[in-house]
Design a protein around this ligand. Structure first.
Ligand code: RIB
Length: 285
């Protein structure tokens, strides 16, 4: 089986995660129960999820020249992601301040740091996008760069998957070049009718699984029953797995991704929680 070639142009953050019994009220001081630092960022999480699900993955983005940057680069390469197009720039790496409550729900504040410096695509970046089966993007780097990557993919017959998170208005020249849009319920409501413009719309429904709407058909995949401990990055695990399986066996991509997303909630952390291909396969049977 040849591995699907996936290029991710996106963000990479150090996640600073505090576990709490419940979210604090404004002005309240609360005692947390645990603290952890781990690799995150929607782009990097999706790249790692795709590599673990069986993809040949290249990541394009930027880290700072701080200790976090060194750790983040190592995490990508240890997961089997090609990080040769990852820039190191002066300044701080991106971070996400995350709070996870006892119901496994999270709140996230991202400070972009080096992610903001991804304003240009090099010849090597463009070449990698043109040779890929799938380009995977999110919206945690400058929008103009996402548009440039997506347009280049479209011009070179590379399938474009966009996970428009954090949600913002999608310009015409972006939405027109997207093949598959992956949104959660909230993002779908916020984006409104623009979601009807893409050929394939995937809506993730948390523990309710996921829906896929093509031009003429709709499909649904249930989520396996799991005991969640942390939902951070579950959507990223879903998206990375979906991208791989869309190339390998499109008919089961939705189920494959729904299993990946559910399994990711059973482990703490974002990138580390995405399941391996063999683990997803086991749960599909
Ligand atoms: O989707 C989860 C991710 O969102 C976290 O890893 C955090 O870094 C933010 O980008």
């Amino acid at each position: 089986m040849s591995k699907p070639r996936i290029v991710v142009v996106g963000s990479i953050n150090m996640d600073l995660t505090t576990s709490v019994p419940r979210f604090p009220e404004p002005g309240e001081t609360l005692l947390g129960t645990a603290f952890a630092t781990a690799a995150g960022g929607k782009g990097s999480n999706q790249a790692i999820a795709a590599a673990k699900a069986g993809g040949d993955v290249t990541f394009i983005g930027a880290v700072g020249d701080d200790g976090f940057g060194t750790q983040l680069r190592s995490t990508l390469t240890e997961a089997g992601v090609d990080a040769s197009l990852l820039r190191s720039v002066n300044g701080a790496s991106g971070i996400a301040a995350i709070t996870v409550d006892s119901a496994a729900e999270n709140s996230i504040i991202v400070v972009a740091g080096a992610n903001e410096s991804v304003t240009e695509l090099t010849e090597d970046d463009l070449d990698a996008i043109a040779r890929a089966d799938i380009l995977l993007c999110q919206l945690e780097i400058p929008l103009a760069t996402v548009v440039a990557a997506v347009r280049h993919a479209r011009d070179n017959a590379t399938t474009v998957i966009l996970n428009p998170s954090p949600v913002q208005d999608l310009p015409e020249n972006l939405i027109n070049a997207v093949d598959i849009l992956i949104v959660n319920r909230t993002e779908s409501e916020q984006l409104g009718p623009v979601t009807d413009r893409v050929a394939h719309l995937v809506t993730t429904l948390g523990s309710g699984g996921a829906d896929l709407r093509d031009h003429e058909t709709t499909a649904h995949a249930d989520s396996p029953t799991v005991t969640p401990v942390d939902t951070t990055g579950a959507g990223d695990a879903f998206t990375g797995a979906f991208a791989v399986e869309w190339v390998l066996d499109r008919r089961r991509a939705l189920h494959f991704a729904a299993v990946a997303g559910a399994l990711a909630t059973t482990v703490h952390g974002a990138a580390a929680s995405s399941p391996t291909r063999s683990s997803i396969e086991r749960h599909l049977q």
